[in-house]
Design a binder for this molecule. Sequence first.
Ligand SMILES: [Zn+2]
Length: 57
Amino acid sequence: MPMDPVCGVHVDIEDALTATYEGRTYYFCSEECREEFREAPEEYVGDTASLLFEDEE
Ligand SMILES: [Zn+2]
């Protein structure tokens, strides 16, 4: 199940709202979360990247 990058909950693809950023699709539990993501997507994407590439600068 995909994770809402804004609030961190797991969301059901069937019910989720989506946004595309840099060619990737992100899923959100609510319009509020999606709006927050749209205002500063790099913040949330940055979090994910740091999880995937620990200590990389
Ligand atoms: Zn959310």
